[in-house]
Design a protein around this ligand. Structure first.
Ligand code: ADP
Ligand code: MN
Ligand code: MN
Ligand code: MN
Length: 344
């Protein structure tokens, strides 16, 4: 029987920005293991801000498994962290407590920077490249810098091989900034896939001395220190069965009223340091305002043209979540607000 290399992946207990952790377990299976064939496992929570030193065992419970083409007989195993009783979710386990609904679909647009030696890939040492303009969807070394294209291509291939619904990539507005899109049905499945895609990307950059910078506003300066380079978002597109099949202007307006009412609860889980990014500039709305608009990239929620043309049916784009947000919490909060609005 082949010996499978199972990479158990979980989120650590650091705040406000949890990091991915992983370790390998080797086990024999006749063929690629199914989720229910993967045993719980443990780790030392005192090294990940998840336990005190004295009683430091935490439990890893597999929740999703994806083929890993970087290894012969490899698997990526997304896990939840449980307390030693194998039942109680650890306080850092955001996935365990969110509402789910397989008929609510999510499309996450994950923006990020490639970083090398403390600066975005392609920035000259100690300085700044020419201003934003040619980089978004650009081509050529002067626009995309070194190795970025190779990395994003490899990312696509590894995600597809893993069965992760990656829907596209593009170079973004700032130099060294890129985006990929992940689509999934249900808050947990969509966010599992996004976390796994983040993991795949971070890992494949290691041999190049490149890191993935998820913080939403990593580049300041050179003149007005906060304003000159785009921040990174994680626009979250969403649709429920009711939105796709029934919709209507009256329901849409009720839904947006609920988003307005719960603005602060949404912002609370839309990623750290978001006040640096949601400034009203760079295609964002201010953090303390809520609005929506047709094809409006300066709105909190953008309504695609197709939505209005189809009688207020389809999906909406919440532009406020940032690149470092936890997609479990973002998707969970969106479902919670939607569920507070009666459909009739
Ligand atoms: P833009 O950059 O113009 O905002 P993208 O093409 O980057 O848009 O992203 C659009 C996202 O919308 C994709 O992630 C896609 O999966 C998602 N999407 C498309 N249709 C739906 C739908 N019905 N429900 C939820 N998400 C959707
Ligand atoms: Mn996009
Ligand atoms: Mn984008
Ligand atoms: Mn978008």
């Amino acid at each position: 029987m082949p010996k499978y290399k199972l990479e158990y992946i979980w989120l650590d207990g650091y705040t406000p920005l949890a990091s991915l952790r992983s370790k390998t377990q080797i086990k024999e299976y006749a063929s690629f293991p199914k989720l229910d064939q993967l045993p719980n496992w443990g780790f030392d929570g005192s090294s990940t801000q998840q336990a005190e030193g004295k009683n430091s065992d935490c439990i890893l419970k597999p929740v999703a498994v994806y083929p890993d083409i970087t290894r012969k007989d490899g698997a990526l195993v997304m896990c939840e962290v449980l307390m030693p009783d194998h039942k109680t979710p650890h306080p850092s386990n955001s996935r365990a407590t969110i509402p789910d609904d397989p008929d609510t679909w999510f499309g996450f647009e994950q923006e990020y920077f490639f970083f090398r030696d403390g600066a975005p890939l392609g920035f000259p040492a100690g300085g700044f490249p020419s201003p934003q303009g040619p980089y978004y969807t650009g081509v050529g070394y002067k626009n995309v810098g070194p190795v970025a294209r190779k990395l994003v291509e490899e990312h696509i291939d590894q995600c597809i091989a893993a069965g992760i619904n990656i829907e596209g990539i593009n170079a973004e507005v700032a130099k060294g900034q890129w985006e990929f899109q992940i689509f999934g049905k249900g808050s947990k499945s969509a966010a599992d896939q996004l976390w796994a895609a983040r993991y795949i990307l971070m890992r494949l950059c290691e041999p190049y001395g490149v890191d993935i910078e998820l913080r939403c506003k990593p580049v300041l300066g050179p003149f007005n220190q906060a304003l000159d380079w785009n921040g990174s978002g994680m626009h979250t597109n969403f649709s429920t069965k009711h939105m796709r099949e029934v919709g209507g202007k009256a329901y849409f307006e009720k839904l947006m009223a609920a988003f307005n009412e719960h603005r602060d609860e949404h912002i609370a889980v839309y990623g750290p340091e978001n006040h640096l990014r949601l400034t009203g500039l760079h295609e964002t709305q201010s953090i303390d305002k809520f609005n929506y608009g047709l094809a409006d990239r300066g709105a909190s929620v953008r309504i695609p043209h197709s939505f209005v043309n189809n009688g207020y049916k389809g999906y909406l784009e919440d532009r406020r979540p940032n690149s470092a947000a936890d997609p479990y919490l973002v998707a969970g909060r969106i479902i919670k607000t939607i569920q507070s609005v009666p459909t009739s």
